[in-house]
Design a binder for this molecule. Structure first.
Ligand code: GLN
Length: 486
């Protein structure tokens, strides 16, 4: 059951000392994928040839005396809704099952320019719509701690790949929790950056005012290195922010001075499973010992976040997904007698049940006569939620809440009850609605060996504060590498 668990710093050091080559590291991870992924199903596409070729080029550059880049030789997995030139990008959907992206996302270009080796594309809920990967047209990924359980979603494959040592780091997208929930269920770190901090160019649009790309990793230091490479302005995304990113990788170990942590205690007592509540209290103890002041905060509109999200996200999705009409690219049904029927049959057969449900919900909520009652009203509640967080951040630096109300649930447990599935996101959607960064931190295991996690939130562009606090939690928890089922 041996598998590689190298950190980015260890890879850098090993390459510097010539203990191994980029090709060897790549080969080791490809072997792990080959051995484990038939059971885990983290990947929809593995790219062994291009990964080996890329690693060989990096080795040649090192042999020629070129300096190490920030991610030289680091095997990385990419969620299958992020475009990779020349490689299939399915979004977990039948409608894009044969789509090969003609260009790469800015995040992918920056990773490659930084020396990363992309080993493949990871499974996800169709177009990011789900919390378990069960909505993938290609079947669910499996939780590496218990193969009968979900890995979380929608970036489930990315979390599994990192947890199981199939990649050193991975990227997912987070519209309402899709990086953080799978990170929590699989015992790894996951960061949703501030809206505008990381370019969305080449991320297939689900809900454009909420979508972000974020990293998953096995340590805070690795997470900071991955964020560093992809953060920053991109003229190709008009919602990308012009400010320069911080130095996320430096000063993580500095003492926490004058740091105030806010906790909405009353919200956490309700509907949160006992192990997760205990994790919150362990985190609070650790932060107090590290010198933080803890303060109770109120977030009065947090209770409305799910309703708000499940209106805004489907509305934007119904508009974004109108482009899949079987004409320019993607799947097209062969059985039709006129154009209207072609659209209808293509979309009915190309999209899965959850995506069709969201398109119908969103189209209805945007339709004439209903717009004011639904979309407009949801937008107003979104503003109230933003005001709640502004008031909180006037008093505290970070906020501590659970990532998910429960640990990983069983495959099939929630598939027939969409509402139960939506409620998984109660603690993750607020950060997207407000546009702030949030980080899921592994916080231990249940007696059944399932990971539990806590979540830190900070004000816009304060990713560095999140990483700093998370680093202190990582030291305090000092979790041992877990025993996996594969
Ligand atoms: N589970 C949420 C949804 O289904 C969030 C998904 C995401 O962040 N992409 O919309």
């Amino acid at each position: 059951m041996g598998y590689p668990r190298l950190s980015i710093a260890e890879i850098r050091e090993g390459l510097r000392r010539k203990q191994f080559s980029c090709v060897e590291i790549t080969q080791q991870h490809l072997k792990r994928i080959e051995e484990a992924d038939a059971r885990l199903k983290a990947f929809l596409t593995v790219t062994p040839e291009s990964a080996r070729a890329r690693a060989a080029v990096l080795d040649q550059a090192l042999a020629a005396g070129e300096p190490l880049l920030p991610l030289t030789g680091v095997p990385i997995a990419i969620k299958d809704n992020i475009c990779t030139q020349g490689v299939r990008t399915t979004c977990g959907s039948r409608i894009l099952s044969n789509y090969v992206a003609p260009y790469s996302a800015t995040a992918v270009e920056r990773l490659e320019a930084a020396g990363a080796v992309i080993v493949g594309k990871t499974n996800c809920d169709e177009f990011g719509m789900g919390s378990s990967t069960e909505n993938s047209a290609f079947g669910p990924s499996r939780n590496p701690f218990d193969l009968e359980r979900v890995p979380g979603g929608s970036s489930g494959g990315s979390a599994v790949a990192v947890a199981a040592g199939e990649a050193v780091g991975a990227f997912g997208s987070d519209t309402g929790g899709s990086v953080r929930t799978p990170a929590a269920f699989c015992g790894v770190y996951g960061l949703k950056p501030t809206y505008g901090r990381v370019s969305r160019y080449g991320l297939v649009a689900y809900s454009s005012s909420l979508d972000t790309i974020g990293p998953l990793a096995r340590s805070v230091a690795d997470l900071a290195e991955l964020l560093q490479v992809i953060a920053g302005h991109d003229p190709r995304d008009m919602t990308s922010h012009g400010s320069a990113p911080d130095r996320y990788t430096s000063g993580l170990d500095a003492a926490l001075r004058n740091h105030r942590v806010g906790v909405p205690f009353s919200l956490i007592e309700e509907g949160v499973e006992a192990e997760t509540r205990r994790a919150i209290h362990r985190a609070l103890d650790a932060l107090e010992r590290a010198g933080c002041a803890v303060e109770e905060i109120a977030l009065p509109h947090l209770a409305n976040a799910i309703d708000t999200y499940y209106l805004i996200a489907p509305c934007e999705a119904s508009s974004n997904l109108a482009r899949y009409d079987g004409v320019k690219y993607g799947y097209r049904s062969e059985h039709f007698s006129n154009l209207g029927e072609m659209y209808q049959i293509t979309r009915a057969g190309g999209f899965g049940a959850e995506v069709r449900r969201r398109i119908m919900l969103g189209t209805f909520a945007l339709s004439s006569g209903y717009y004011d009652a639904y979309f407009l009203k949801a937008s107003k509640v979104r503003t109230l939620l933003i005001q709640d967080f502004q008031a909180a951040f006037a008093r505290v630096n970070t906020i501590l809440i659970p990532t998910a109300p429960t640990p990983a649930f069983k495959i099939g447990e929630k598939t027939s009850d969409p509402l139960a599935m939506y409620l998984t996101d109660v603690f993750t959607v607020p950060a997207n609605l407000v546009g702030i960064p949030a980080l899921s931190v592994p916080a231990g295991y249940t007696p059944d060996n399932l990971p539990v996690a806590v979540q830190l939130l900070a004000n816009q562009f304060h990713e560095k504060a999140l990483l700093h606090v998370a680093w202190h939690l990582e030291q305090a928890f000092a979790l041992k590498p877990a025993a996996l089922a594969v």
